[in-house]
Design a protein around this ligand. Structure first.
Ligand SMILES: NC(=O)c1ccc[n+]([C@@H]2O[C@H](COP(=O)([O-])OP(=O)(O)OC[C@H]3O[C@@H](n4cnc5c(N)ncnc54)[C@H](O)[C@@H]3O)[C@@H](O)[C@H]2O)c1
Length: 286
């Protein structure tokens, strides 16, 4: 596939870019940050003119004009958390960028879109709030920050676009907290104190498995909108789940099996529907 990847210079995007290329796809990174070179286009995604031009392809004589320059769009570009810039700046960037990417892509006839949603819309952070039940699943929509609110609005936008364009597939991946291998040095400290990572039920996503989920979502043959929690298969803790939940969330309803160290951000749906098959754990690196 010819794939336009937004945010390919970022933490998750770098790994996604590498994996998609390894899988044989022709990927162009659209980002405002990055080194000039082949496969990179500097784009301010808040500018609709730039977005529709970038997704139309670059004309330099070597490329014939064609109705759609890309077969698919992977949209990761965003300010990636609350509290990086002001709430208003987070919303203005992320909402505008996503509208521009979704609108330009669908208008150009691109019918395969995968985008980054977030675990944050599952009610995080569980310091000021409590999970509605454990393990969390895709039914939960409880944004507590402007960042998460916008991720939910992006999902709602995607759902309506799927109605406007019945041949569109648009998938939101609710990533947990993204970790590179170099981040695993910090995990023993998490492991020592159950309070440190209670805010997201001790979840994380290895960037390589996050990238695998993007690939599976791109390859998934379907139409319509759907969303999936994407987390690593385990928690950041050595202590068994039953003990952690009893200590930290004694009053929260437990639905189903917790497993010993299984992620409490359920990836059952992503495994079953997309064939998501995470391979990596921090336990192999510390
Ligand atoms: N990092 C996490 O823990 C985490 C967790 C859940 C979801 N997510 C989501 O995953 C995606 C990727 O996150 P990340 O951690 O790689 O973020 P990152 O900040 O490392 O990368 C984001 C990239 O988007 C680009 N970008 C942002 N606004 C842009 C604009 N207006 N024009 C052009 N480029 C723009 C940035 O230059 C950057 O390269 C984001 O959508 C984020 O919300 C991240």
């Amino acid at each position: 596939m010819k794939i336009a990847l937004t945010g390919g210079s970022g933490k998750l995007g770098r790994t996604v870019l590498a994996l998609l290329r390894e899988a044989g796809h022709d990927v162009t990174n659209l980002d405002r940050a990055g080194e000039r070179g082949p496969g990179f286009l500097r784009v301010d995604l808040t500018d609709f003119g730039e977005v529709i031009s970038a997704l139309s392809g670059v004309r330099d004589g070597a490329y014939p004009d064609q109705p759609a320059a890309y077969d698919a769009v992977v949209h990761l570009a965003a300010i990636p958390a609350p509290g990086v810039v002001s709430d208003a700046a987070t919303f203005h960037n992320n909402a505008l960028v996503t509208f521009n990417v979704f609108h330009a892509a669908t208008r150009l006839g691109i019918r395969n879109i995968v985008f980054a949603s977030s675990e944050t819309l599952l009610g995080l952070p569980f310091t000021s709030t409590r999970p509605p039940y454990i393990p969390l699943d895709e039914e939960v929509e409880l944004p507590e920050s402007v960042y998460a609110l916008n991720k939910l609005l992006e999902e709602k936008q995607a759902q309506q676009l799927a109605r406007w364009y019945p041949d569109l597939k648009i998938i939101g991946l609710r990533f947990s907290n993204v970790m590179d291998v170099s981040d695993y040095a910090g995990f023993p400290a998490f492991d020592a104190d159950p309070q440190l990572r209670r805010w997201n039920l001790w979840g994380y996503i290895d960037a390589r498995d996050g990238a695998q989920a993007v690939l599976k979502a791109l390859e998934y043959q379907a139409t319509g909108f759907d969303r999936f929690i994407i987390a690593s298969p385990d928690t950041v803790m050595s202590r068994p789940n039953a003990e952690l939940v009893a200590e930290v969330y004694p009053d929260v309803e437990v639905r189903g099996e917790l497993g010993v160290n299984d992620t409490l951000l359920s990836i059952e749906k992503a495994k079953r529907v997309l064939g998501y098959d995470p391979k990596h754990t921090w336990r192999d690196h510390v």
